[in-house]
Structures are given as structure tokens and as C-alpha cells.
Write a protein that binds this ligand. Structure first.
Ligand SMILES: O=c1[nH]c(=O)c2[nH]c(=O)[nH]c2[nH]1
Length: 317
């Protein structure tokens, strides 16, 4: 069995101002997103390095080849200034390759980051409203996340794996979701629901056929987390769902359809459906009162590939 041996630094907060703007994004019907100014490019980075050469540091206390994790932090921050590109994925790959170029005894670098979201704010400009190029608002909403694995293959350095994601998207649909027809046995207490207020937490991951797209330097190659978010809520809006299982499947089909450059989409969803307190409110046609659900919470995990587009299943009515 291969031994686990890696070390690194977590929580390296990087803020770069005026990174190259992201342009050349494929426009899709579900989203008004066309690019990012990257006036603020912020990430919380985690890096882990591997290499047989580090065994003696664990075994014999020999630090001769140990690159201090404090130095790794400085390395990442310094390279944030050198990065010429416009995407989180591209930055991670750039830094990871630089680690291997600089330290020949490292054999692989696993690097990931969460974007620190700062939203644009509309300010009055020449009779209308436009995003301020100066002031941004720290956001507690969903984040885009990326991970990249770079390693040696003979004399070469290769980008061996990657995943881009959107983490912590929280969506509520007030009506148009049901859940019925499930197994009824002596353990069942859940009533069937024909119109529930569906509150879901979603993590969505996607993988490119060719990492080139993730670097953001090819026309129509990049898939922005904003577009994935917009597809997710558009599908939720447009389609009635018989379950979260089917809802995420439908979102996955739409994402794969829109972005031929992706080979895989994966989901982790969490059910936070509100508890109904008042089913009818006197003098109100439609209103109800709900409260937060109590734990435990249900979840779904599902991954999809382009093969799912060939046999997509029935559309719910
Ligand atoms: O969309 C749902 N899927 C389930 O599998 C499930 N199970 C449950 O109790 N509620 C729900 N909702």
C-alpha cells in the first residue's frame, strides 16, 4: 500500500488587484454573465507537496530538504504578482508548476482554493447605474472553488487532474416542487408532498476535457461559476421537480449541453426543506408560514458524463 506523505500550507489568503480581465466566455441563454473585470482577484489557497525525498524529515528528523511551509506561503503570494492570466484554475496551475520547477525533489503538488467573493456595486454614473470600479462588497454567498494536481512524468511536468466547483449555492423555490410515490412501509412517517417549498444547498463540480479551457485563454473555453449558478437556478425556476435527485440531474444535463468542453459534472445536494407551521393563512389566498427544518438532513451525490446526454430520461411533467 502506498504511504500517505504530504505536507503544506492551508489558509493562504491572496488578494491580487487588477489581474487580467476574464473575457471570451461562451455566452449562454441562461446567463447574462459575459466576463469578470478581475479588479479584485482573491483566493484562500491550500497547497500540499509530495516527494520521496521528504521521508527522511519524517523518519530521521532531517530537515535538509524541507521547504518550510512558511516559505510556501511566501512563494504563493509572490507568484500572485507574476500571474498573467485571469482564472483561479490558471493561477493554481501556474503556482504548482513553479513549485516543481523550483524544487526538483518535489514530485507532485496538490493545490486548491476558494474564491473570496466580492460583489460589484451599482453606483450612479452619467444618468444611469454602473458597477463601481473602486468599491466592492464582501459576499457571504456561494463561492467558486478549484483544485489542480500537477506532477512529474519523466522529464515533463503534467497537469494530472483538476476540478472546478461552485460551493454553497443556496436556492429556495416557493412552489412547483413535489415529493411523492416513495416507499411506504412501517418506517414511513413522511407525508407525500405535492407542492413543497424546496430549499436546497448545492455544490456543483465540473471537469474539462482539456485543462486548456480552465486557463481562460481560449475563446469560449472557460466555464464560469457564475454561469453554472445561473443554469442551476434557471432550471429550478423552469421545471417542476419530483425530487432533488431529478432536479440535479436536469441541471446536470443543461450544464453538459451548454458546455461541450466538459466531460463531467458532479453534485452534492442537501435538503433543507422548511417545516410547515401554518398551511393556510386566513384572508390570504396563497400564503403559508414555515420554519427552519430540524436535523438530520438528507443529501444526494451524483456525477454525470456526456453519456447521460445520449439517453437523458423523461422530462417531469
Ligand atoms: O427530494 C427528496 N429526495 C429524497 O430522497 C427525500 N427523502 C425525504 O425524506 N425527502 C426527500 N426529498
Amino acid at each position: 500500500m502506498k504511504r500517505t506523505m504530504r505536507y503544506g500550507k492551508d489558509d493562504v489568503w491572496v488578494y491580487r488587484t487588477y489581474a487580467a480581465p476574464l473575457t471570451g466566455v461562451r455566452s449562454i441563454p441562461e446567463s447574462a454573465f459575459t466576463g469578470r473585470s478581475n479588479i479584485l482577484f482573491g483566493m484562500n489557497v491550500k497547497v500540499a507537496v509530495e516527494g520521496d525525498a521528504f521521508l527522511s524529515s519524517f523518519k530521521d528528523g532531517d530537515n535538509t530538504l524541507v521547504v518550510a511551509t512558511d516559505s510556501m506561503k511566501n512563494f504563493i503570494l509572490k507568484h500572485a504578482g507574476d500571474y498573467q492570466g485571469s482564472t483561479q484554475e490558471g493561477f493554481l496551475e501556474f503556482v504548482a508548476r513553479r513549485f516543481l520547477e523550483t524544487y526538483p525533489h518535489m514530485s507532485a503538488v496538490d493545490i486548491s482554493s476558494e474564491q473570496i467573493p466580492f460583489d460589484e456595486l451599482q453606483v450612479p454614473t452619467k444618468g444611469s447605474f454602473e458597477p463601481s470600479p473602486l468599491v466592492f462588497r464582501y459576499s457571504l454567498n456561494e463561492q467558486s472553488v478549484a483544485s489542480v494536481e500537477v506532477k512529474r512524468s519523466g522529464e515533463e511536468i503534467i497537469t494530472a487532474d483538476h476540478l472546478s466547483s461552485l460551493k454553497g449555492l443556496k436556492l429556495l423555490k416557493v412552489r412547483g416542487s413535489s415529493f411523492f410515490g416513495f416507499v411506504k412501509d412501517e418506517y414511513t412517517t413522511l407525508p407525500e408532498s405535492y407542492d413543497r417549498p424546496l430549499f436546497i444547498f448545492l455544490n456543483i463540480g465540473w471537469r474539462y476535457h482539456d485543462f486548456e479551457g480552465a486557463r481562460g485563454s481560449t475563446k469560449d473555453g472557460y466555464v464560469a461559476a457564475e454561469q453554472v449558478r445561473d443554469i442551476a437556478y434557471t432550471v429550478f425556476h423552469e421545471e417542476n421537480s419530483p425530487s432533488i435527485q431529478n432536479l440535479i440531474y436536469r441541471i446536470g444535463l443543461r450544464i453538459l449541453n451548454r458546455f461541450p468542453q466538459l466531460v463531467e459534472v458532479r453534485f452534492e445536494s442537501n435538503n433543507r426543506t422548511w417545516e410547515t407551521v401554518l398551511d393556510e393563512i386566513p384572508a390570504s389566498q396563497e400564503g403559508k408560514v414555515f420554519t427552519e427544518p430540524r436535523p438530520p438532513f438528507g443529501f444526494q451525490c451524483f456525477s454525470m458524463t456526456r453519456e447521460d446526454l445520449e439517453n437523458p430520461g423523461e422530462s417531469p411533467t
